[in-house]
Design a protein. Structure first.
Length: 193
């Protein structure tokens, strides 16, 4: 590898706590507050992994309890989308967006110093201002896409701006063939375990 360090990214987990509302699907959003990045903007409950001991599913289950008080069984966590994001400040990260429809408890603000509002919102009527990175993940989720690239440029606003430059590129998923297709069956290779 010629002595260079490998490129490393921060890993985020985002909770799409979802339910069926009167006008269609709704998601739980919270408004960031206090001395945090994007204070005053709406976002999904989210956070970073605590370290190499924690996998992404454990991370989203932990963040759900810490931020909303709901209890989630890891079996009820479904990967909804992955977003490769670069902020206007040039820092990049990978965000895993997970849908959860089964949970125990009623969502509540558990960290009042970091969150000053929480509520259910229709995917068709999301509140503003919202963190653009979060909106990229929700756009992928709403459109049934497996992920997105959301690379902002210096000077771009942190909040999603419907009138500003579009920085989200939704990604296509693979065409799925029937499991009976011999070309798609799993094979063992020597030394592959």
């Amino acid at each position: 590898m010629s002595g260079r360090e490998r490129y490393a990214l921060t890993v985020d987990v985002h909770l799409i706590l979802a339910r069926d509302g009167a006008t269609g699907p709704e998601v739980l959003l919270s408004r960031r507050a206090g001395p945090v990045y994007a204070s005053g903007l709406w976002h999904l409950p989210s956070g970073h992994l605590d370290g190499p001991h924690e996998d992404v599913v454990e991370g989203v289950v932990r963040e759900a309890a810490e931020e909303t008080g709901v209890v989630i069984d890891r079996q009820d966590v479904a990967l909804a989308a992955t977003v490769h994001h670069r902020s206007p400040h040039g820092r990049a990260r990978i965000g895993f967006f997970f849908e959860v429809r089964n949970f125990t408890g009623e969502p509540a603000i558990m960290e009042p110093a970091l969150c000053d509002a929480m509520g259910w919102y229709s995917l068709g009527a999301l509140p503003a201002p919202m963190v653009a990175y979060c909106r990229a993940g929700l756009d992928a989720y709403r459109d049934g896409r497996p992920g997105a690239v959301h690379f902002q440029r210096p000077g771009d606003p942190v909040p999603h701006d419907g009138d500003g430059p579009v920085r989200t590129r939704l990604l296509k998923g693979p065409r799925v063939r029937a499991v009976t297709d011999p070309a798609r069956t799993a094979r063992r290779f020597p030394g592959g375990g």
